[in-house]
Write a new protein. Structure first.
Length: 102
């Protein structure tokens, strides 16, 4: 499956989103990771002759299309919010101070 962002880049967005309490980019990143896991699972099942390979190829193809859409969504979010896409650093304007538990 073609990947526009590697795991380290996506993880960095998630980490910063959690630190600065900006959940939306992190949700998209988690969805991308879940789609990658689903795709890998389906590709492993395709080779299992006991299962219907066509079912797994169909799910894998849909997952691949969904992954492409979500990666493009992430790209657009990073563009809109002004993330540095070389370092995957959240822009200062989006950073909020973490709240303290009482």
């Amino acid at each position: 499956m073609k990947e526009q962002f590697d795991a380290a880049q996506i993880s960095k967005v998630i980490d910063q989103a959690l630190v600065y309490q900006c959940a939306c980019p992190a949700q998209v990143c988690r969805a991308i990771f879940e789609l990658r896991e689903l795709y890998e699972y389906q590709m492993n099942c395709v080779n299992d002759s006991a299962n219907d390979a066509l079912v797994h190829r169909t799910i894998a193809a849909a997952t691949e299309r969904s992954h492409e859409v979500m990666e493009e969504c992430l790209k657009q979010i990073l563009d809109i919010e002004g993330w540095d896409q070389t370092t995957f650093t959240m822009p200062q304007a989006l950073r909020k101070k973490p709240t303290r538990a009482l």
